[in-house]
Design a binder for this molecule. Structure first.
Ligand SMILES: NC(=O)c1ccc[n+]([C@@H]2O[C@H](COP(=O)([O-])OP(=O)(O)OC[C@H]3O[C@@H](n4cnc5c(N)ncnc54)[C@H](OP(=O)(O)O)[C@@H]3O)[C@@H](O)[C@H]2O)c1
Length: 261
């Protein structure tokens, strides 16, 4: 399919922040082709039909579903082949949103397993995907990679006695997001030569499935914001409205400006 649209691929887009990003991006303009990636094809198709039934007439840009498990080299290779055959090997924006949050405390017996599993998705998966898709992004005049990180990954805030999340341990998750931020910083430097804009993004504390069904309820009780807040701001990052912040050192923050690494 030859297309003059800006091709945007969003990982982990069958729920939460990724799903909201797809919805708001499609509503924002007819000029995108949005690839809603889901590690389960079935969940991805279900998400697309729910988007179409809830927002049908206000959607402007087309959305297609692509199976993509970021921890699987085979799945990444298949996704790349799909982009090669369907979009002539072209990609403009890669939103690395897929992520997991484990509950195990650090000294738990299963902590090492949990550490590895979290890094497999939040860090190694993101690195593998960028590695595979960078040659496609290089064909774009407006290439962009957005890593959905977290304020919990900020080393500066972790050491700040006044930080509002001080009491939350979350060592495994925090470490994975700090590593993701470094990946973003390295790719910003490495890819600057061909004009690719790279940033990490802090979506804030949102009501999503990230910490399971019980966690979702707790998020509501704790006053977490709707995931649509993050989705709307990600549309601004994708469209370039936040480029002044993208160029700064730190995570582009949902509430404006940047958070320190
Ligand atoms: N919610 C928050 O407060 C918050 C705050 C800061 C940062 N974040 C970050 O925001 C991102 C999105 O999370 P969310 O809050 O929207 O939670 P979510 O609703 O659980 O979304 C996470 C998505 O990632 C997908 N995923 C997990 N492992 C994957 C894999 N191996 N390959 C591909 N997709 C995979 C999930 O798929 P399944 O449905 O199949 O599990 C789901 O679609 C994450 O990176 C998270 O760390 C969230």
């Amino acid at each position: 399919m030859a297309t003059d649209k800006t091709i945007v691929l969003v990982t982990g887009a069958n729920s939460g922040i990724g799903l909201e990003t797809v919805i708001h991006l499609s509503k924002s303009s007819p000029n995108y082709h949005i690839i809603l990636c889901s590690r389960s094809q079935e969940k991805g198709e279900k998400a697309l039909s729910s988007i179409q039934s809830a927002h049908g007439s206000s959607l402007q840009s087309p959305i297609s579903v692509l199976q993509l498990d970021v921890t699987s080299a085979e799945s990444i290779a298949a996704a790349k082949s799909h982009l090669d055959s369907t979009f002539s090997g072209h990609l403009d924006v890669l939103v690395q949103n897929a992520g997991v949050m484990p509950y195990q405390p650090l000294r738990d017996n299963s902590a090492l397993t949990s550490f590895r599993e979290t890094f497999e998705t939040n860090v190694f998966g993101a690195a593998m995907l960028t590695d595979a898709l960078a040659p496609l992004l290089q064909k774009s005049a407006e290439a962009r990679i957005i890593y959905v990180s977290s304020g919990l990954g900020s080393i500066t805030l972790r050491l700040d006695p006044g930080d509002e999340w001080r009491a939350i341990q979350g060592t495994i998750y925090r470490s994975s997001k700090a590593a993701l931020d470094m990946l973003a910083a390295c790719h910003r430097v490495e890819f600057a030569g061909w004009g690719c804009k790279v940033c990490a993004f802090n979506p804030g504390f949102c009501v999503t499935n990230l910490s399971g069904e019980e966690g979702r309820k707790r998020r509501v009780e704790m006053g977490a914001r709707p995931a649509s807040d993050a989705g709307r701001v990600l549309v601004d990052v994708i469209s370039g409205k936040r480029d002044a912040d993208v160029a700064k050192n730190g995570m582009v923050d949902v509430d404006g400006g940047v958070l320190p690494w």
